[in-house]
Design a binder for this molecule. Structure first.
Ligand code: NAD
Length: 262
């Protein structure tokens, strides 16, 4: 019996990167899992069935698109219908686009605000009634070091990440007496497909080579000169679901190799 046995976690954007590590960490503690996100169906099925086999829990995949409020509500309903509750909600789906502000495509701005910020509002809105009814809940939002500081050419991402901290604080206050906590985890650079994919655009925007982007832009921000790992981020999320973390709420927890200390 794990510490999360009988509980259900919904993790958005969990077909890859940090989200997948969150899903596997909660499953390792006994939670049933709703994974979500895009990808090749066979790859998603492989991850889903691996969670069931390795951890002896149940896992379903919700194909909900985080730009579509109705699909987000359906994802929460799927968790409640399949497993009886949604006790842990992790808003983690996120995308990046790098461009000078004057060329920033309007549709990219709208997409990033929808996926990285508004989707969390829609999911929290749908999940809170059940959490209140049961008198327990954990809401964890993946923000970023970019929720505390900015970098040039990331106007939409930095705006969405600053925004999700405000949403998290507001929700934390609203649900504070219901044994529900709401917190942000703010990683620095974690080596995932999201980071890998932005390297070519950063090379173009700043006129640098791949090695220069990795060492002079990405790791330059991180005093430890190391990437954060997905397992380190997932371990922090798992701690936030514990009783020891019951009084941590409305917080924005940095895990960034010292980036935002500078
Ligand atoms: P990733 O690209 O590996 O994973 C992103 C996930 O989001 C994937 O599962 C993808 O399918 C899903 N997704 C994208 N668009 C979606 C949509 N419209 N609907 C549903 N799912 C969608 O990225 P990652 O690095 O694991 O990032 C996860 C979160 O962590 C993001 O919010 C990101 O901003 C944040 N973050 C990442 C880093 C980093 O260095 N990697 C640092 C700080 C914060």
């Amino acid at each position: 019996m794990g510490t999360l046995s009988g509980k259900t976690a919904v993790v958005t954007g969990s077909t890859s990167g940090i989200g997948l590590a969150y899903a596997r960490a909660f499953a390792s503690a006994g939670a049933n899992i709703v994974i979500n996100g895009f990808g090749v169906p066979a790859d998603i099925e492989k991850e889903r069935s691996a969670i069931e086999k390795e951890f002896g829990v149940k896992a379903v995949h919700s194909p909900a698109d985080m730009t579509k409020p109705a699909e987000i509500a359906e994802m929460i309903a799927l968790g409640e219908k399949t497993f009886g509750s949604v006790d842990i909600l992790v808003n983690n789906a996120g995308v990046q686009f790098v461009s000078p502000i004057e060329d920033f495509p309007i549709e990219k701005w709208d997409m990033i605000i929808a996926i990285n910020l508004s989707s969390a509002f829609h999911a929290i809105r749908a999940a809170v009634p059940g959490m209140k009814k049961r008198g327990w809940g954990r809401i964890i939002n993946t923000a970023s070091a970019h929720s505390l500081v900015a970098s040039p050419f990331k106007s939409a991402y930095v705006s969405a990440k600053h925004g999700i901290v405000g949403l998290t604080k507001t929700v934390a206050l609203e649900v504070a007496t219901h044994k529900i906590t709401a917190n942000c985890i703010s990683p620095g650079y974690v080596w995932t497909p999201l980071v890998e994919k932005q390297i070519p655009d950063t090379m173009k925007a700043r006129g640098l080579t791949k090695e220069q982007v990795i060492n002079d832009v990405l790791l330059d921000a991180q005093p430890t000169k190391e990437f954060v790992t997905v397992d380190q981020v997932a371990a922090l999320a798992l701690f936030l679901t514990s009783d020891a973390a019951a009084q941590i709420t409305g917080a924005n927890l940095s895990i960034d190799g010292g980036w935002t200390a500078e």
